[in-house]
Design a protein around this ligand. Structure first.
Ligand code: NOJ
Ligand code: NOJ
Length: 476
């Protein structure tokens, strides 16, 4: 309790100083703008729209419930709920979560063009969306499960096991509950090709696989805790299957983890092999992930390659602003409204790069040493480390490395806020002028701001279940 308060206090301080120096929403403004997109007027209770309906005459139509965006946003709401001490505010977060659970269960039972749970988005009233789209997108159910597993952990920590069983995980087969329905989907269909998180490429995706694996691992712990050991074993076996696929995404010629293997549809001009979704994958799996975690040499190398690439690519990265504004991938042609134009840096990715450095520095601190390898040496040099390949960085040199990473982390977060329009964040940052572009008040941008700063380091552990499974650790 005490250390939690200290963490919160120190972040509050850092954030407030940053807020004075830079535009963009404060923590409470970001929470308010994020909450405004949940159960909003014109949408069904529990719908989490990607952005408000009114986007002006030229704006994109983001007034839909995307399963991915909603999962990521509600994961943040579950963290807000778990740490809240004010009764009224806690009740408001819980109400949003309960409505989201009901809405999600309805999504699961609604027939859709995908014919299974990989349907990427629903109309804001909860009905199926029948227009053409890049479907299916099989990361959605995994992200929804991860958010709700976090809620389950919070409720279990409060002694509300009956509520967890009633609302989230019934341990039955066939199941009527939302988390188990998602886990059964992931466990039985992870081998299938689908569209990526950017809704453009069909194939086997690193991001999708990482979040699927994490959902299965955390789902297995929850299943075990709730007396469903057969399911736990099955989920873990499938997680192991996913793991052997993950390693294939490392491409030494690129010096990065490549986003897609076995492409079988969608756009074909992503030739660099670089994609910032690799960093998002690491964050969305949580710092506890034991594979492709925030200190993995392949991840560090990918970070460095991406940072260099975007630093050179966007004119606004040559103007002396802090850190680097980060885009989805170098060949991107989506301008926030249509594809076939000029891609831009994104707010949520720039913030994610800051979050990554903070998480990675903490992982280095916990490890106590970082081995210098031919693969991670470029990353480490960029933060001033001089130890040769083959040596280990520890002691005072490790402390200097971590400090440099943390300074850079704050610069990234400052940069993600810098281009805000007053308190409002959109999806993109115009690559020439730096003005906000694309969907205004994008829910995911606010979620990314909150995880990059104020909610950092806030952990809900799973209460002791009697036995634990290998590979299971609490997520951040
Ligand atoms: C193409 C974009 O690249 C993709 O990310 C977006 O979701 C769709 N168009 C729909 O706007
Ligand atoms: C486009 C992004 O590429 C996709 O990931 C997101 O789900 C939608 N916009 C909605 O925000």
């Amino acid at each position: 309790m005490k250390s939690r308060a200290i963490v919160a206090a120190s972040f509050g301080l850092g954030f407030c100083c940053l807020a004075l120096a830079a535009p963009g929403p404060t923590e409470s403004q970001a929470i308010e703008l994020l909450m405004a997109n949940i159960s909003s007027p014109g949408a069904a209770p529990g719908a989490v729209v990607a952005a408000p309906r009114d986007q002006g005459p030229q704006g994109p139509d983001y007034f839909y419930h995307w399963v991915r965006d909603a999962g990521l946003v509600m994961d943040v709401v579950a963290r807000l709920y778990a740490r809240e001490t004010d009764t009224a505010r806690k009740a408001a977060f819980e109400r949003a979560l309960l409505e989201f659970v009901r809405f999600s269960r309805r999504n699961q039972l609604t027939p859709t063009p995908s014919g299974h749970l990989g349907e990427p988005k629903f109309n804001a009233d909860g009905s199926a969306f029948h227009g053409p789209w890049g479907r299916p997108q099989n990361d959605g159910p995994a992200l929804r499960a991860l958010a709700l597993i976090r809620l389950a952990r919070a409720w279990l920590a409060e002694g509300q096991e009956a509520t967890v069983r009633e609302w989230l995980y019934d341990g039955k087969f066939p199941t009527q509950s939302v988390i188990k329905t998602d886990l059964e989907f992931v466990a039985s269909r992870w081998r299938e090709s689908c569209f990526d998180l950017w809704e453009e490429v069909r194939g086997k995706h690193f991001y999708t696989r990482v979040v699927q694996r994490q959902a299965l691992v955390e789902g297995a712990s929850l299943a075990l805790r709730l007396g469903d050991p057969g399911a736990a074993q099955w989920y873990l076996a499938q997680a192991r299957g996913l793991e052997s696929e993950l390693d294939r995404h490392w491409d030494p010629r690129v010096g990065a983890v490549v986003p897609t293997l076995e492409r079988d549809g969608g756009i074909d001009y992503k030739t660099s092999g670089l994609d910032a979704s690799v960093i998002l994958a690491v964050l969305h799996a949580g710092a506890g992930a034991d594979r492709f975690g925030p200190l993995d040499e392949r991840v560090l190398s990918s970070f460095r390659r991406l940072e260099n690439e975007f630093a050179g690519l966007y004119p606004i990265n040559h103007k002396g602003w802090p850190a680097v504004a980060i885009g989805r991938y170098p060949e991107d042609r989506y301008d926030g409204v249509s594809t076939g134009r000029e891609g831009n840096p994104w707010v949520l990715l720039t913030l994610a790069f800051g979050e990554f450095l903070r998480v990675s520095a903490s992982a280095a601190e916990a490890a106590g040493r970082v081995a210098v390898t031919p693969v991670n040496v470029g990353f480490l040099r960029a933060f001033g480390a001089s130890a040769p390949v083959g040596a280990a960085i520890a002691g005072a040199e490790l402390a200097r490395l971590m400090a440099a990473m943390r300074v850079r982390a704050e610069e990234y977060v400052a940069r993600g806020r810098l281009h805000a329009d007053g308190v409002h964040l959109s999806e993109q940052i115009n690559r020439h002028g730096g003005q906000m572009q694309g969907a205004r008040d994008l829910s995911w941008s606010y979620a990314a701001l909150l995880t990059a700063g104020p909610l950092a380091g806030f952990v809900i552990g799973l209460p002791a279940a009697g036995s634990t499974l290998p590979g299971d650790r609490a997520r951040r």
